[in-house]
Design a protein around this ligand. Structure first.
Ligand SMILES: NC(=O)c1ccc[n+]([C@@H]2O[C@H](COP(=O)([O-])OP(=O)(O)OC[C@H]3O[C@@H](n4cnc5c(N)ncnc54)[C@H](O)[C@@H]3O)[C@@H](O)[C@H]2O)c1
Length: 390
């Protein structure tokens, strides 16, 4: 089968990344939809898409689209995924797949019923050195894992003037920081560690209790192609209006795994100076491995008698990691490359033939992320250890 005909629903930050990666995977950019017909027209012109759809509903049902990339605010993921699957399309659905585990399970059931692929962009799996860490854990180089720990820290919501549709639970869901970025950390650590988080004890905090109203200012500043909200940000010149925030800025989570390891992760969108610090250490009986998303070309390997920094060099990596090393050593790969590799594998699975490439995050991984978020929310509310349902 030739390249897929891709439709992109939602053309903000990540919709544009999807559009680029889809093209590189050999797809045609058959259409885009955004928050209004006018913003879809603008995005289609900028991205060179063949067609601007008046709405996402129209796009997901249109003939001439093989795969829908759902890149809208979170509350639209589940309904758009269900509609796309009902129309016989494959789906790349941004995380969170739904606002809770039950919704994500509905998407999984619909994918099974339709016999279509739903891939979920947990793209940090596609850093070659994260794959190398996974291979070393699987080969037993670290021994039994006993402690998994780390952070996912950002600062883009540090002040009361910072706002976004994610802050609004009706659009973003009941968890913000954890569902948005903590979910990436958990997916990556489970993937690399070859384990499952079974129980969590969570504390969540909203450090900025009131924020500027609406999201229009943020969309304008980001140059995004539309707006999910209708707030007006400020009264007139000067005093911005504020509204109470119900979603968390910070989440601290203790956990246990099915392999008997203990763990902790600190997640924040208000950590001054931290931009996208997804960092973890997996500590085993004989060695530890550290991966830092902001320094993705190396792994730190610690042993009792010394430590080493391993650089990405395909000739010295495991086959699974070397497959993702698309540039020669020393020629930095980064986030875009992860996305390109993810979409290439997702589209290959959709084009059929062989089984899904190893490591491709699918709807089951999206369901799992939503269920971990459910457990984290329940634990923070009850202030007690809570099981993650499987
Ligand atoms: N996998 C990743 O690494 C990653 C990274 C960033 C974002 N995301 C996910 O992607 C999604 C979008 O995030 P973003 O950062 O691109 O947000 P964004 O605010 O930059 O873009 C959202 C887009 O959705 C559009 N939109 C709003 N309301 C709409 C509607 N009713 N119908 C159609 N389109 C509408 C807006 O016009 C905007 O273009 C989120 O679910 C987020 O969790 C994933």
């Amino acid at each position: 089968m030739e390249g897929l005909r891709a439709g992109i629903a939602g053309t903000g930050f990540i919709g544009r990344v999807h559009a680029r990666s889809a093209r590189l995977a050999g797809a045609r950019l058959a259409g885009v939809a955004a928050s209004s017909p006018a913003s879809a027209e603008r995005a289609a012109a900028e991205l060179g898409a063949e067609r601007a759809f008046a709405s996402c509903d129209e796009l997901v049902e249109a003939d001439g689209i093989d795969v829908v990339h759902i890149c809208t605010p979170n509350h639209l993921h589940e309904p758009l995924a269900l509609a796309a699957l009902a129309a016989g399309k494959h789906v790349v659905c941004e995380k969170p797949v739904a606002l809770d585990g039950a919704g994500a399970a509905r998407v999984a059931a619909a994918a099974t019923a339709a016999g279509r692929v739903v891939a979920v962009p947990f793209v940090y799996r596609f850093h070659p050195m994260a794959r190398e860490a996974r291979a070393r854990v699987a080969a037993g180089d670290l021994g039994r894992l006993h402690l998994l720990h780390g952070t996912y820290l950002q600062d883009w919501l540090l002040t009361p003037d910072d706002t976004n549709w994610r802050v609004d639970a009706a659009l973003g869901g009941p968890s913000r920081a954890f569902a948005d970025i903590g979910s990436h950390w958990c997916d990556l650590v489970e993937f690399v560690g070859g384990c499952r988080i079974t129980r969590v004890l969570a504390h969540m905090a909203t450090t900025v209790p009131a924020r500027a109203t609406g999201v229009r200012a943020t969309f304008a500043a980001a140059g995004a192609a539309g707006t999910a909200g209708g707030g007006d940000g400020a009264n007139a010149v000067g005093t911005p209006r504020r509204e109470p925030v119900t979603t968390e800025d910070v989440a601290l989570v203790l956990f246990e795994t099915d392999g008997g390891a203990a763990g902790s992760v600190v997640v924040s969108q208000v950590a001054a100076g931290r931009k996208n610090r997804l960092w973890f250490s997996l500590d085993g009986e004989s060695a530890s491995v550290v991966f830092d998303q902001e320094q993705p070309e190396t792994l730190w390997i610690g042993r009792r008698d010394g430590a080493e920094v391993v650089a990405r060099d395909a000739e010295r990596l495991s086959p699974a990691a070397a497959r993702l090393a698309t540039l020669p050593a020393g020629h930095g790969q980064g986030y875009h490359d992860c996305f390109d590799l993810f979409v290439a594998d997702a589209h290959a699975a959709m084009r059929g033939g062989a089984s899904a490439p190893d490591g491709l995050p699918l709807i089951g991984d999206g369901v799992r992320a939503a269920r971990i978020t459910d457990a984290v929310l329940a634990s923070a509310r009850s202030r007690s250890w809570t099981e993650v349902t499987s």
